[in-house]
Design a protein around this ligand. Structure first.
Ligand code: BGP
Length: 472
């Protein structure tokens, strides 16, 4: 729908940018930090590891100064659980607490609102060894206690909290759960048990948040994006609805409604993935839903139906990690109407508006965009500049759609670009860059890790300064 008049961004709209601990901090074995599942992950030889990352642990003051010059109102970062509790539970590591106290104080001194992700992929390895990690119900209390410690320690300065980053990905990527072995069905079954336990842990954490009288908002950061039907064929439409359910809505249905919807129950039962649910779990979720939703949005997907056959029986998955196709449900296909990034992620700004509307219609909660950005092979030219016009165009078009979603009545109160600075990409090392600030390290050559402002830095600076009026 087009509108005659456009809403403007409110004067307190939170313009921001995001990172995550293991992708920026480095200092993997410093400051008393324990090991996470990321630290022990089998290294992909084509990319670097995360042991030094971009050395933010030692350079955070320089980085925060760059954030302040950029004009950020909010900075989303995650706390490395194993810097606070090296073993995931038990003894507190005071050096880790001091690091985050310093970082938060630095941000606050520049009037930058900290937005903390309590756990962003780097789960304590020790908990996997102690009792199997998220697959065990023991994980529930350890997560809650860790979050409670953060609330009590940093809550005087932090208003916005994200509980778990992209739980849907954690569930489907075995290494993020600390799982080994090749039995994909077993991994998925365990993944859905982990998913359930994470939902209970989230609800209990939100309960603690309220009991402590914390001011502010709390909720998950979900990877959530529209799935389009590839054609007007009703089967494709059904496939898109089912894909939305098993990729995205199942999770928010649990967090926000304490509900395993009937079609999702059937999906799990058909595949033997149904987790163990204890009495009271679903009521707890219903009673303590999130007070905001964080959305990570990069691309949309387009699907056709994918009937199960003898060759592809129900439960068959075409792509081992993130489902590209599931027999009996859907198959992702290329959308010829959309351009894609160098990694094949289809660029769909309108998809963001649709995503926001969908979330609003289903859950009616305030929303903050916690990640949105474009990964690219950036090049530093001889004048020490990265001319990343493609990134400016990407961000500009997506922010325009956020503005249109405000017209549609969606309560979006902030926008965090991914990322503030070049970080080590989860799967693509330093090849795939996202930042407003270039870091002059390569996969295997750390160089000096100089910080260099890209063209997009100046664009975002003027966009923030004009409160969104300078969108082109
Ligand atoms: C999200 C993660 C981020 C970040 C981003 C980009 O899934 O929350 O941590 O990695 O995706 O992903 P990639 O680096 O693989 O392009």
């Amino acid at each position: 729908m087009e509108h005659k008049q456009n809403e403007t961004f409110s004067s307190d709209f939170l313009w921001g940018a995001a990172t995550s601990s293991f992708q920026v901090e480095g200092a993997q074995n410093e400051g008393g930090k324990g090991l996470s599942v990321i630290d022990v992950m089998k290294k992909n030889p084509k990319i670097t590891d995360f042991s030094v990352a971009i050395d933010h642990y030692h350079r955070y003051k320089e980085d925060v100064k760059l954030m302040a010059d950029l004009g950020l109102k909010v900075y989303r970062f995650s706390i490395a659980w194993t810097r606070i509790f090296p073993k995931g539970n038990g003894e507190v590591n005071e050096e880790g607490v001091a690091f985050y106290n310093d970082l938060i104080n630095e941000l606050v001194s520049y009037n930058i609102e900290p937005l903390i992700t309590i756990y962003h992929f780097d789960y304590p390895q020790d908990l996997v060894e102690q009792y199997g990690g998220w697959m065990s119900r023991k994980s529930i209390e350890d997560y809650r206690a860790y979050a409670e410690f953060l609330f009590k320690t940093f809550g005087d300065r932090v208003k916005y909290w994200l509980t778990i980053n992209e739980q849907d990905h954690v569930v489907r990527i075995p290494s993020r759960l600390g799982l080994t072995g090749d039995d994909r069905y077993e991994q998925m079954r365990l993944g859905y048990q982990a998913n359930h336990n994470m939902c209970v842990a989230t609800a209990l954490t939100i309960k603690t948040f309220h009991e402590l009288g914390m001011k502010g908002k709390i909720g998950p950061a979900v990877s959530y994006s529209m799935v389009h039907p590839a054609s007007a064929h009703p089967d494709d439409h059904l496939a898109s609805k089912d894909a939305m359910l098993i990729k995205h809505n199942y999770l928010l249905d649990l967090h926000c409604r304490g509900e395993y919807s009937k079609p999702f129950q059937t999906y799990l039962a058909d595949r033997n993935y149904m987790p163990q649910i204890e009495d009271g779990d679903l009521d707890l979720m219903k009673q303590y839903p999130p007070t905001m939703i964080g959305v990570n949005y990069y691309f949309s997907e387009t699907v056709t139906s994918f009937p199960a056959t003898e060759e592809f029986p129900i439960g068959y998955q075409k792509e081992a990690l993130l489902a590209e196709a599931e027999a009996g449900v859907f198959q992702v296909v290329k959308n010829d109407r959309l351009q894609a990034t160098d990694w094949g992620w289809e660029i769909d700004p309108v998809g963001l508006r649709l995503t926001l509307r969908e979330l609003n219609e289903r859950y009616q909660l305030p929303i903050i965009i916690t990640e949105n950005g474009m990964g690219a092979y950036d090049e530093l030219d001889e004048g020490d500049m990265v001319h990343d016009d493609y990134r400016i165009a990407y961000l500009n078009e997506h922010i325009k759609q956020v503005q249109l979603a405000l017209n549609d009545g969606v309560d979006v109160f902030g926008y965090c670009a991914w990322t503030f600075i070049d970080v080590v990409s989860g799967r693509n090392g330093m090849d795939k860059r996202y930042g407003f600030v270039y870091v002059d390290r390569e996969n295997f050559d750390l160089k000096e890790m100089r910080r260099i402002k890209k063209k997009s830095y100046y664009w975002y600076q003027s966009m923030i300064e004009s409160n969104g009026k300078r969108l082109t």
